[in-house]
Design a binder for this molecule. Structure first.
Ligand code: ADP
Ligand code: MG
Length: 266
């Protein structure tokens, strides 16, 4: 299974545009990294049809242009970067809403079981009867993720889902989604900032810079000291751990950057 995007172009304003993005995303975990404002969310919104962009998208070799809306509704689970939710419904009901496509007026035992299974997997069962507007930011984030996963989408797109989460929940979320990618052959695209977690969990990493793909490929190829200096203006050291994964130690702001000069003048 693969999702191929070709020559995606999109213009927000005269100041920012996405330029000629072409990528093939397989049924594994792809992390999108890059500085704030590099176009990660814009690219994702183009894929999920929130922005009308130029370019083509192919799923299993077939152009989805003619039925993009239905395609997104049926096959894609999407968790936006910032989600506000003031609705006065319970955690159980919020997760159940993820089944909207198939929901009949009365929920059956099977649907109820499905919600309970996912609440267990996400360690949310104890909150099931709480109202979602009374949850902490991280708890709400896990509920919204559960909602986007429950319909078992073939493509799961998460925009900075680790924000607000404690370390346990960050690992728990990444374990859940990487298991989904392998067991259900799901295409998972996850925007994240933590490069060490990307190194550990992603099969592929896409690095964005100023509306373009700066580089992409397996972590070993993409995660280099040169890339980190070029993209983040940070000096780093890279080690390989027992699992053969690269671990990045961030040392300091690269000496040649303007920011460094400014700080050293204070
Ligand atoms: P990222 O997700 O990588 O932090 P975004 O895709 O959100 O970056 O934003 C990329 C650029 O587009 C930024 O310069 C941002 O200011 C601009 N931008 C984002 N959304 C809008 C919008 N709705 N209107 C105009 N400019 C926008
Ligand atoms: Mg963003």
């Amino acid at each position: 299974m693969s999702l191929k995007i070709q020559d995606i172009n999109y213009k927000h304003s005269s100041k920012f545009s996405l330029k000629n993005i072409s990528l093939t995303l397989d049924n594994n975990v792809t992390a999108i990294i890059g500085p704030n404002g590099s176009g990660k969310s814009t690219l994702i919104k183009c894929i999920v049809n929130m922005y009308k962009c130029d370019g083509e998208i192919y799923y299993q070799g077939e152009n989805i242009k003619k039925h993009k809306k239905e395609f997104i509704k049926e096959k894609v689970g999407y968790l936006p970067q910032t989600s506000q939710n003031d609705a006065s419904i319970t955690v159980f009901e919020a997760v159940l809403l993820g089944l909207m496509n198939t929901l009949t007026l009365r929920i059956n035992k099977k649907q109820e079981q499905k919600v309970n299974d996912i609440l267990d997997a996400f360690e949310l069962q104890h909150l099931a009867r709480n109202r979602i507007n009374e949850l902490s930011g991280g708890q709400l984030q896990m509920v919204l993720l559960a909602q986007s996963i429950i319909k078992e989408p073939e493509i799961l797109i998460l925009d900075e889902p680790l924000n607000n989460l404690d370390i346990h929940r960050q690992f728990s979320l990444l374990n859940i989604i990487s298991n989904l990618a392998y067991e259900k052959k799901m295409i998972v695209i996850i925007v994240m900032h933590d490069i060490n977690l990307a190194s550990r969990y992603a099969d592929n990493i896409v690095v964005m810079k100023e509306g373009k793909v700066y580089t992409h490929g397996i972590p070993k190829k993409v995660l280099t000291k040169e890339m980190i200096r070029e993209i983040y203006k940070i000096d780093s050291e890279i080690y390989v751990n027992k699992q053969g994964k690269q671990v990045i130690e961030f040392v300091d702001i690269a000496a040649e950057t303007e920011k460094y000069k400014l700080v050293s003048q204070i």
